[in-house]
Design a binder for this molecule. Structure first.
Ligand SMILES: Cc1cn([C@H]2C[C@H](O)[C@@H](COP(=O)(O)OP(=O)(O)O[C@H]3O[C@@H](C)C(=O)[C@@H](O)[C@H]3O)O2)c(=O)[nH]c1=O
Length: 189
């Protein structure tokens, strides 16, 4: 069984859900996770320069992260387990500034999310030992690393969590700014 690459636009300009080419046979399957020309043909000029692999326990939330200078476009995929991938549009002049979008990415559904520059990105891990990857089109700059609190009241993201006590955060992520503070300080990205 095989399929072709499919780019599905979302209600947020430039943000795409992608069903990559994959083919399976008796041996298993192959999946093309990135080909620059296919992205270009679909109006996405994405030039990745680095890739990160992340392994996490169930109920970990990482985010909502962005770089205040040198913002990164990202292509996110889940190789093992399941994640709820969440983005918030922080682009100053965007019609959808402040709007969030969430999608389940899993090894089973094989979906990927292309996130243009100017978004906050967060992930909730839905199964133990989940592995996800993201390609980025700029490198990590610790001095520009920034974020907004995952449970910011104004953003009101539905993290599909009944028990807030179960959520596992880094010390850094517990102390991120609110959306209000971000807007006051920067206006947008
Ligand atoms: C992301 C990153 C972190 N680090 C370091 C900083 C720190 O000591 C350690 C762990 O970093 P963090 O706690 O920021 O890792 P993490 O919480 O996984 O951060 C990531 O979250 C997801 C949602 C994203 O979108 C990414 O861009 C990135 O912000 O690794 C690098 O050296 N290079 C990198 O590219």
């Amino acid at each position: 069984m095989s399929n072709n690459y499919e780019f599905i636009s979302t209600e947020i300009d430039g943000l795409y859900v992608i069903n990559p080419f994959h083919a399976s046979d008796d041996r298993g399957f192959v999946k093309k996770t990135f080909e620059r020309n296919i992205f270009l043909k679909n109006n996405i000029d994405f030039n990745p320069v680095e890739e990160m692999e992340t392994i996490s326990k169930k109920n970990v939330i990482r985010g909502l992260h962005f770089q205040i200078s040198n913002p990164q476009a990202k292509l996110v995929r889940c190789a093992k387990g399941e994640i709820l991938d969440v983005v918030v549009d922080l682009r100053k002049d965007s019609m959808t500034f402040g709007k969030s979008f969430s999608i389940l990415l899993s090894s089973e559904n094989k979906k990927m999310l292309y996130i243009p520059k100017g978004f906050a990105h967060g992930v909730k891990i839905l199964l133990d030992d989940t592995i996800f990857y993201y390609l980025s089109d700029d490198r990590y700059y610790p001095e520009y690393d920034s974020g907004i609190l995952w449970n910011d009241q104004e953003l009101a993201i539905d993290w599909e969590t009944d028990n807030i006590e179960e959520i596992i955060l880094s010390g850094k992520d517990e102390n991120l700014q609110t959306f209000q503070e971000f807007k006051k300080k920067y206006g947008g990205l």
